[in-house]
Structure formats: structure tokens, C-alpha cells
Design a protein around this ligand. Sequence first.
Ligand code: FAD
Ligand code: EPU
Length: 338
Amino acid sequence: MEVRENFNLKAFNTFGIDCYSKYFSTFESVDELKSLLEKFPNEKLLILGGGSNILFTERNFDGLVLYNQIKGFDIIDESDGFVSVKSGGGESWHQFVMKCLEQNYGGVENLSFIPGSVGASPMQNIGAYGVEIKDIFEKLEAFHIKTKEIHTFNKDKCEFAYRESVFKRKLKGQYIILNVTYRLTKKHHSLKTDYGAIKDELKKQNINSPTIQDISRVVISIRESKLPNPKEIGNAGSFFKNPIVSTDILVELQKHYAHVPNYPVSNDKVKLAAGWLIEKAGWKGKVFGNYGVHKKQALVLVNYGGAKGNDIYSLSEQIIQDIQEKFGVTLEREVNIL
Ligand code: FAD
Ligand code: EPU
């Protein structure tokens, strides 16, 4: 548990931005966490997982970065058809998914290949290809920074919504997620293959009765074909959320574009594809020196090497303004800005 000073976080954020933290330390247990907080009672804190959903906009982080390395993969309850798996928050999310699939535990397959840690997975209720973690979530334990108590959160208490949870809103900055328990199927898996790209890829590969492992493989190949690998091009996945708008806005858009992608949310609300809007506004593939908008996925802003967080943030401002002017739709950032 060595505390490093003036530590470069470049390798700890998938955007690959240079940012120096005043202090940096890993923690592998609650005891280590407690002793670090005792040693630095007044420092500003940043809890870091895989750094795959943050953008540093300052040259320095004037505080203590706590890098979560709490491990563990334990079965805490099991019946004929279900299993409850508790994972340490510092485990890699994708490795957790792979371990579940090795045991033939179902429910996580559509969420294969999402970067980051298990501890951050409830933060924005990660989702992909028709599944969100709320669909399989059982509970989590989190450390309350102020009282040093450990509190248990069930699904209701987490207030999950699309890319949202209570930890991103009301309780922002108050808790450190230590472990998460997911309830998975052991048999009679409920497969989610409705998402267009999954259906098409299964058909292409002539898979008529897919297993959970087949779905995982297909999801990985779709993701690899669209999303830039952060090891090659810095990025944090979707920079913006898909906006949820009134059906009036959709009707207006349909006057100009007959085939606007949209997904019903309620009677009078639809979710639009931010990537589609950004592409239609002409931003897709634009390069501005060492940063830009990804050429295969307009929702992903990229650092080609050496860009400053502020440049990427300014680009996101320009995109938000342009989409507002062109379509009357307000985009909201998904990435956490620091
Ligand atoms: P970090 O970036 O380290 O942290 C994110 C936020 O959570 C920060 O505010 C941090 O302080 C806080 N935090 C982290 N750990 C804890 C903890 N233990 N306790 C309390 N707070 C904590 N997301 C999706 O939902 N779906 C996708 O399909 C998807 N695809 C992606 C593809 C790529 C190529 C990339 C780079 C990102 C993608 N993301 C996706 C975003 C990202 O992977 C997820 O948001 C992921 O859960 C972030 O995990 P992390 O450990 O890297 O979090
Ligand atoms: N589209 C375009 N142009 C683009 C990108 C997308 O027209 O440049 C259109 C597509 O043709 C499609 C629609 O937009 O009709 C949706 O595209 P896609 O299926 O690629 O998904 P997305 O809405 O862009 C969301 C999530 C991803 C998640 C995928 C798969 C958000 C903000 N993003 O992307 O999550 O992996 O669906 O489920 O909800 C992330 O959160 O970081 C992330 C990558």
C-alpha cells in the first residue's frame, strides 16, 4: 500500500490523458482503505476503477486517488436454478463476465467486453445490447466515507435508470462500492437476442440455437468492429447518453428524415440515437489535430495521442450546441468530467 506522490494517471484512464495526482494509492481491503483515509483525512478523493468513464480536464488532480483492487469471486447462495455471485469491486468487469460464462452462469453475456471494474458497474447501471446490470443485480456493499460504516444497498435503494444510479446523483461522492452481488441463472437461461446487431450476427454465423457463450462471442465481435480499442486510440466509449425526448420532437425529425432510429420509452417519450444525430450533423470522423470524433461511431470522442482533456471537453461543448441548434435536442454527457 505504497502512497505515490505527483503520480501520472495516463495509464489509469482509457482516454490516455496526462494528469498528475497529488497522491495515489491502491487499496485491497477495507482495512487498507480505512488507514489511507485516516492518513489523509482532508484530501479531495477520487475513487478509480478502470478509468474508462472519466475525462481529466485539468493538468493536476489535487487530492488522493484511491485505486480499487479489492478482489474476490464467491458464490454466496445457490439453488437448483440460480446462483448469487459476489464479486470484489476491484475485479475487472470483463473477467468477471468470462468467469461466469465458464461456469455457465447466465445473465451477463450481453454485457461482455465492457471495460472497467465491477465496483463501477452500478455507478451508471452499465448496459449494452438490450441488458443493463439492474436486470441481474441483487445487492452491493459500500463504504460510507463520512461515518466509515459499511451499508448494504438492494436494487430499489440504488435507484437505477438508463446510465444512472443514486451514486451518480443524490449520493454522489459519499460511498465507495466494495463488492457487488449478481443473481444469475444456472439453467433455462433467458436469452436476449432481440437487439438488431445480435440477431444479424447470429444469422450470419448460422447459429440458430445460441448458447450464452455464443451470445458473448457475437457481442464481442460486434463491439470490436465498431468501438475503438483504448489501447490503440484513447476513448471512454459513448461520450454522450442517448437522449430521451418527447414524441413531438421525433415527429418533427421524421418530417426531414423518414428513418430516424428511435426506441419507445413510454407513451409520449422516445430514446433517440445520439450517434445518429451527431453523424447527421456532420461530425462523424472529424479530426482536429490529435483528437476528434471516431470514424465508425460518432458517439465516441477520441484522443489520437497527446490531446488535452480540455480540448476534448471543448469539442463536446461544440457538439452539444450544434445538435441543439440543428435538431432542438439537448445531449447530456455520459462520461464523468474531472
Ligand atoms: P472509472 O472510469 O474508474 O470511474 C467511473 C466513475 O465511477 C468515477 O466517477 C469514479 O469515481 C466512480 N467509481 C469507480 N469505482 C468506484 C467504486 N468502487 N465506488 C464508488 N465510485 C466508483 N459503458 C456502458 O454502460 N456500456 C457500454 O457498452 C460501454 N462500452 C464502453 C466501451 C469502451 C471502449 C469504453 C472505453 C467504455 C465503455 N463504457 C461502457 C463505459 C465504461 O466502461 C463503464 O462506465 C464502466 O463501468 C466504467 O468502469 P471503470 O471501473 O473504468 O470506472
Ligand atoms: N448510429 C449512427 N451513426 C453512428 C453511430 C450510431 O447512425 O455513428 C445509429 C446506428 O445505426 C443505430 C443507432 O445509432 O441505428 C444505435 O447505434 P448502436 O447500436 O451502435 O448503439 P449506440 O446507441 O450508439 C449504445 C450505448 C453503448 C452500447 C451500445 C450497444 C449509450 C450512450 N451507448 O450505443 O454503450 O454499447 O448501445 O448496446 O447508451 C457506452 O455507454 O460507453 C457504450 C459504448
